[in-house]
Ligand binder design. Structure first.
Ligand SMILES: C[S@@+](CC[C@H](N)C(=O)[O-])C[C@H]1O[C@@H](n2cnc3c(N)ncnc32)[C@H](O)[C@@H]1O
Length: 213
């Protein structure tokens, strides 16, 4: 899930701040024990998420798609003092690993894990967020965009992962490929909406930054 060749990728790894030891361990355990370990954010994109969080110093973060907790721990590095992260995943198995690592990082009181379908849980969250990271069911990305707009603070930033989808976005999607279709529709919605500013960053699998004007 990277558009860079191996040599450039190695150079980038060498010239990116090192991955914290706990995150290295989480990456290893995820690769050994959990299906689809390529879903984990990983070293380079993880340092980018941490960097953005450190610039924004958000008080509240909402993440859709906890998986084993890697990206949430990266975001926590930039949280404002007394800040809080809400993260949602429907898969209990990965939640157990995430919770264990949140405890090991001392983040058990900083991160609230919601278990269940994000499309049901998001409308029940009665607050706004300074930073939102969407990284879950791609087929529902268009629906999430409107739903999450309502939850974003004025001047808040939304980040949407996998918006290049291994390059599949440039070809017509098969009729049954709802994930590619969802991402293509989202990308068009973001690009055509005059009420928002956006940038599709070709980092890893593509990550779109969105703010409402
Ligand atoms: C790509 S992974 C998230 C990776 C994680 N953000 C990271 O960087 O390590 C996507 C996760 O979304 C979860 N998911 C998919 N559809 C969902 C839904 N409708 N509600 C809640 N979680 C969902 C999956 O169980 C999976 O763990």
């Amino acid at each position: 899930m990277s558009f860079l060749n191996e040599d450039i990728l190695s150079y980038l790894e060498e010239h990116t701040p090192p991955e914290p030891e706990l995150l290295k361990k989480l990456d290893r355990e995820t690769n050994l024990k959990v299906p689809y370990p390529n879903m984990l954010t990983g070293h380079i994109q993880g340092r980018f998420l941490s960097f953005i969080s450190k610039i924004l110093r958000p008080k509240n973060i909402l993440e859709i798609g906890t998986y084993t907790g890697y990206s949430a721990i990266c975001f926590a590095e930039g949280l404002a003092p007394d800040g809080h992260i809400h993260t949602i995943d429907k898969n209990q198995e990965v939640a157990d690993i995430a919770n264990r690592y949140f405890r090991e990082a001392g983040l058990q009181d900083t991160i609230t894990c919601h278990r269940g379908d994000a499309l049901t849980i998001i409308p029940e969250l009665d607050q706004k967020f300074d930073l939102i990271f969407l990284d879950a069911d791609k087929e529902n990305y268009p629906e999430y965009l409107g739903m999450l707009k309502e939850k974003l603070s004025p001047d808040g930033l939304m980040m949407i992962d996998n918006t290049l989808w291994s390059g599949k976005v440039i070809k017509k999607a098969h009729s049954g490929d709802h994930e590619t279709q969802g991402i293509q529709k989202l990308n068009n919605m973001v690009n055509e909406d005059p009420e928002l500013d956006s940038f599709l960053l070709p980092l890893r699998d593509g990550i779109t930054l969105v703010r409402w004007k």
